[in-house]
Design a protein around this ligand. Structure first.
Ligand code: SF4
Length: 497
């Protein structure tokens, strides 16, 4: 479907709204000079001082729907007002055509919690923010409640930040095999096996160098996160080498949280868990994604659901008291009943954190490539799955504490992290926010340097692929040194030289 605009161009934004209704269908803004044929949206804007005449026409399968309005617009931002009006008009027409009412309304792009926080910071009351979300953006009551509950938790976590706090991210971009839905740059452990020792050596050098840079910049380590890929893809000895390196070079006595994503049960052994435990790690992830064996097989996970339970019990025996488990709503071949079973099984196990993802199909994922799955045919009602998880988790004492949406996420839904009180995964909030410095080590790592007293952000990118990371390692160390230059021009004590 193609979106045409006359008067003012909101093609990109309106295509984003239309995509909410046509799962798996391409909706794109028209190219210059392109003429409307069949199946199109036409948005016309006639902007005058203080008001605008707007109209939306949708033509689909030889039928036509139209709406028009004359609306007041502000002097400061008339385009924002026109765009929002047109988005609502389009939403209402497409709801009527398809019978779908997306629960985040026309709120696409911006993170809902960020919008709530921004408005509260501007001095609006909670009621005023709720009214704006409900009436201007057509957000449903369930999503409003979720956004407000999450905002309170996120705000408390972000308030712990001090000008000198930072997190350390360590990237292990390897997995034993690729899951069908994965869009991450992860490398098969078998193919990259011969690089592994070199990779770990370079990573240790980068960790040591980062510790020195952080010390000179006056930064204090607050959270450590080993992510991937699947960090437990490497051997117990390699894990030990890395955790020893972190302990040797950083002061862990003031760290609030230390996480290692164990991830897939086919990489977890008692020996590796013991290494992790001995290193003082406070939080791990063991991710079932689903407790349905058929779905696991379909998405390329080469283990039964029971393997997850076995690893979880092993971790409990070893004393881990903060475990996260991820599940995904909308996996191909999953059904509402089977998803409900997954949620109930999780509640029986009772991990401290549960993250409910909605399937997002990005271009690099196999789901949109060779083995493409027709998104419109995915069984199971994803919205009902996500609602069910939210209701059951909150009934059982889990609270939402972070929430984000991705492009190409099914039905414009969200990923939400829930936790038992006091068991929030801090790094999950810091990684999404712009108020916390993260120093990242390893292939694909992106460091985010945050001005301690202002809004400046600088990002430093490591090479994505392990081979390049190893062969151009000197450049990685040089880039890290830019951290020092950044903190010299943005001093932590606020004194400009
Ligand atoms: S375990 Fe995670 S990172 Fe690895 S292939 Fe599967 S989805 Fe991708």
């Amino acid at each position: 479907m193609t979106v045409f605009c006359e008067g003012r161009d909101y093609g990109y934004e309106l295509a984003g709204v239309a995509m909410l209704f046509f799962r798996g269908e391409k909706v794109i803004p028209a190219k210059e000079g392109e003429e409307p044929l069949d199946n199109f949206i036409l948005a016309e804007t006639n902007l005058r001082p203080g008001r605008a005449s707007l109209s939306v026409t949708v033509e689909r399968e030889e039928r036509t729907w139209e709406a028009s309005e004359i609306v007041p617009v502000s002097e400061e931002n008339p385009d924002h007002d026109c765009e929002l009006h047109l988005a609502r008009m389009l939403y209402q027409i497409l709801s009527e055509i398809t019978g779908i009412t997306p629960k985040w309304g026309v709120l696409t792009g911006i993170r809902p919690v960020k919008l709530v926080q921004r408005r509260l910071d501007q001095g609006l009351s909670r009621e005023e923010v709720a009214r704006e979300l409900r009436e201007d953006y057509l957000v449903s009551q369930e999503k409003l409640d979720l956004a407000f509950a999450t905002q309170q938790k996120e705000h408390a976590i972000l308030s712990r930040n001090t000008p000198d706090s930072f997190s350390l991210y360590i990237s292990i971009p390897f997995c034993p095999s690729r899951c069908l839905y994965c869009s991450f740059v992860s490398h098969s452990i078998e193919k990259t096996y011969k690089l592994m020792d070199q990779y770990i050596d370079c990573l240790c050098q980068e960790i040591a160098h980062t510790a020195e840079v952080a010390r000179q910049a006056g930064l204090r380590l607050r959270t450590v996160y080993f992510g991937g890929g699947t960090p437990t893809s490497i051997t117990a000895e390699q894990l030990k080498k890395l955790t020893d390196c972190v302990a040797e070079h950083f002061d862990l006595s003031e760290v609030w949280e230390y996480t290692i994503e164990a991830g897939r049960p086919d990489t977890i052994t008692r020996e590796k868990l013991q290494v992790i435990r001995d290193a003082g790690v406070t939080r791990i992830s063991i991710n079932p994604q689903t407790f349905n064996d058929d779905v696991l097989r379909f998405v390329g996970r080469k283990h039964p659901a029971q393997a997850v339970v076995d690893c979880y019990e092993m971790a409990r025996e070893l004393g881990f008291d903060s475990i996260n488990m991820d599940i995904i709503a909308g996996l191909p071949t999953d059904t509402l009943d089977s998803f409900r079973h997954t949620v109930e099984r999780l509640l029986e196990l009772g991990p401290e954190n549960i993250t409910v993802h909605t399937l997002s199909v990005k271009r690099s994922a196999d789901l949109s490539g060779e083995k493409a799955v027709d998104l419109s045919s995915l069984t199971g009602d994803v919205t009902e799955m996500v609602d069910y998880a939210q209701r059951r988790l909150m009934e059982n004492g889990y609270e939402p504490y972070y929430l984000y949406r991705q492009r190409n996420i099914l039905d414009n839904l969200e990923n939400t992290g829930y936790c038992k009180p006091g068991k929030e995964g801090l790094y999950n909030v810091y990684i999404m926010d712009e108020t916390h410095t993260i120093l990242a080590c390893g292939a694909g790592g992106v460091s985010k340097l945050r001005d301690p007293h202002g809004d400046d952000i600088k990002r430093l990118f490591n090479f994505k692929y392990p081979y390049e990371y190893i062969s151009r390692f000197e450049e990685i160390l040089q880039r890290k040194d830019e951290t020092l230059a950044f903190y010299q021009s943005h001093p932590i004590d606020g004194t400009k030289s």
